[in-house]
Design a protein around this ligand. Structure first.
Ligand code: SF4
Length: 396
């Protein structure tokens, strides 16, 4: 007899759960059986936790009292604690600083979707106060990728988050929304390289999309990578290309990309582009290319044309993100003309290209900036990055 619905025709191989938030109904069934309880209670427990957002067994009112008592031993201290919050004065973006049990700090951000974005998506007129949210979550404490323009990269990797800690961010994010607000998208664009923490990522994707839990649509989830090629292949195979893929590219030549993103030495552009061609995209979907425009470094028309050539024949859209200043990193914000000209070249070349609006810029919304300050108290973090990048073809 089955007690939980099958989510995937061929579910990815999953590592063991690390806590209770990342346990699937089939795993709850085994726990309940060991307590002498009928396994059909598993879906009820899973629904209380993930669909209704309740983790106090005393409030799980449709379970027998004896089971609620037993569950108090299994459902313990939350794996993350909210220790800070910044609210943007410019929009409803809120950034939360969360502390792990071993006292590292990570970030998650709740970002309101733009009204036109929601309406274009077929939802019709939506009142401002009911606009859905996108949550940006972290997958690691710091990051090993060392991108020259990123606060998380400055700190280096401290440790990977487990699946429970990844899911806990979403659980907390939902609980912090007002009753009329809802979470619509989850983007793995916070601290860390998600595909370098694949086991925890895959388990969190299966839990977050489970129909008896939050039930997020797979196309509502975006995994953003700096170009971890084996992870791109694995994600495509395990989730049949249905999870949205975003790639931080930031440069169209190996020479420049290696300077900005050291991962390019391990997986150069040729290998990365081949992996994008292999990604099993469903019809009418596109891979998102993230390109941070840094004044005088990667924003020239010549590089825009290089990018156009590089992406030819791949179903992509490009998000241009004007550089968001970080304390201690001396890059320049690109000029308005440079951004416009870069966008025009890509659009005229047939690539849908959008300028990404900076949300919550007044609260350090770029990934890792807030946690960097907190973790800097625990480790010595060099608050400097080489700013001597002068690529061969950086100027027009
Ligand atoms: S941009 Fe992403 S991959 Fe690069 S250092 Fe920052 S968190 Fe890591």
């Amino acid at each position: 007899m089955r007690y939980s619905r099958v989510v995937y025709s061929k579910q990815p191989e999953l590592s063991s759960p690390s806590g209770y938030l990342d346990r699937l109904p089939s795993e709850w069934a085994a726990v309940l059986e060991s307590m002498g309880e009928p396994p059909y209670r598993a879906v009820q427990v899973f629904r209380w936790i993930h669909s209704r957002g309740v983790v106090d067994p005393r409030q799980m009112t449709d379970l027998p009292i004896r089971l609620r008592e037993k569950l108090r031993e299994v459902i313990g201290v939350p794996s993350l604690q909210v220790v800070g919050c910044l609210q943007s004065q410019e929009d409803a973006t809120r950034k939360f600083l969360l502390r792990t049990k071993d006292a590292w700090e990570i970030e998650t951000v709740l970002i309101p979707m733009a009204k036109d974005e929601v309406e274009e998506d077929g939802e019709g007129e939506v009142p401002q106060k009911s606009l859905p949210f996108t949550q940006c979550v972290s997958t690691q404490v710091g990051c090993a990728m060392g991108c020259a323009f990123c606060a998380s990269g400055i700190a280096g990797l401290k440790r990977s988050l487990n699946a429970e800690e990844i899911i806990a961010q979403v659980w907390i994010g939902r609980s912090l929304l007002a009753p009329q607000q809802r979470l619509r998208n989850v983007v793995f664009m916070g601290m860390g390289e998600p595909l370098a923490n694949y086991e925890a990522l895959a388990r969190s994707l299966v839990v977050l999309t489970h129909p008896d839990g939050i039930g997020l649509g797979k196309r509502r989830i975006t995994v953003s990578t700096a170009g971890w090629v084996p992870g791109i292949d694995r994600l495509g195979k395990d989730f049949m290309g249905e999870v949205q893929l975003a790639v931080s590219l930031h440069a169209p030549t190996d020479e420049l990309r290696t300077m900005l993103m050291p991962i390019n030495r391990r997986y150069p552009l040729g290998e990365l582009i081949d992996a994008l061609r292999r990604y099993p995209l469903p019809p009418r979907r596109r891979i998102t290319i993230e390109y941070t425009l840094i004044g005088g470094v990667n924003d020239s028309p010549m590089l825009a044309r290089d990018l156009l050539r590089l992406l030819r024949g791949i179903r992509v859209k490009v998000n241009l993100i004007p550089w968001n200043p970080i304390d201690g990193v001396g890059f320049q914000v690109p000029s308005e003309e440079a951004v416009e000209s870069f966008q025009d070249i890509l659009c005229h070349g047939g690539i849908p290209t959008f300028r990404r609006q900076r949300k919550g810029a007044d609260i350090d919304a770029a990934c890792g900036q807030l946690a960097l300050k907190g973790n800097a108290r625990r480790v010595r973090i060099p608050l400097w990055v080489s700013t001597s990048l002068k690529p061969r073809n950086a100027s027009p």
